[in-house]
Design a protein around this ligand. Structure first.
Ligand SMILES: Cc1cc2nc3c(=O)[nH]c(=O)nc-3n(C[C@H](O)[C@H](O)[C@H](O)COP(=O)(O)O)c2cc1C
Length: 179
């Protein structure tokens, strides 16, 4: 049976490489891939034609906006979610349970769905880590069973792109948590 990977992309530098770095390699490993972008990532990727290219590559709509109440769900049920890259903004809102865009709605529901692993790669810098509330958000997500892929854990998992996203290591982690 085909497994479906839900990919969430946020407005962090490097998200432009989402299709090359994560979507197409996951498809190559046998996953069906359903992509949802935050509004910021959606604006960035739409501006360079990547929203359409992702839809073509996956055969599914690349979601940015929420569906209308009368519309059906555009994505199939998902077996595992990975948010990569995840901004500090999205990680914090996810930990607080805020769902003010489709990507956060999707991720928040996934955290509450038994049997659906959620992996998050926060692409953040030292100033964001030093924010006094950061560690409590990390702790909240970990306690909820979210696989937080922090830099030190991924260092051994191969090279990363020029903009600092270790795509292959993230995908390897997805395989690890789903087998
Ligand atoms: C060029 C550029 C690169 C950015 N890179 C990052 C990043 O790596 N990590 C991060 O947390 N925010 C980054 N930001 C800031 C986010 O885009 C901003 O906080 C935005 O509100 C995030 O929205 P989202 O979480 O809904 O995608 C960047 C902004 C710009 C303009």
């Amino acid at each position: 049976m085909v497994r479906t990977l839900g990919v969430i992309g946020c407005g962090a530098g490097g998200v432009e490489g989402l299709r090359d770095g994560l979507v197409e390699p996951a498809i190559g490993r046998g996953w069906r891939v359903a992509v949802t972008l935050t509004p910021t990532a959606g604006a960035w990727l739409r501006a360079i034609g990547e929203v359409e290219r992702i839809a073509q590559a996956t055969g599914l709509p690349c979601r940015v906006e929420a569906r209308l109440p009368g519309e059906g769900r555009p994505h199939p049920d998902v077996d595992c979610y990975v948010a990569c890259p995840a901004t500090a903004n999205t990680v914090v809102k996810l930990a607080l349970g805020i769902a003010d865009n489709q990507a956060l709605t999707t991720l928040g529901e996934a955290i509450g769905t038994p049997g659906v692993p959620v992996a998050v790669f926060p692409k953040i810098n030292a100033t964001q880590v030093r924010h006094p509330a950061w560690q409590s958000h990390v702790d909240t997500l970990r306690a909820a069973g979210v696989h937080l892929l922090l830099d030190d854990q991924l260092a051994a998992r191969g090279p990363r792109s020029g903009l600092g996203i270790p795509w292959a290591g993230v995908l390897d982690t997805v395989e690890t948590i789903t087998t």
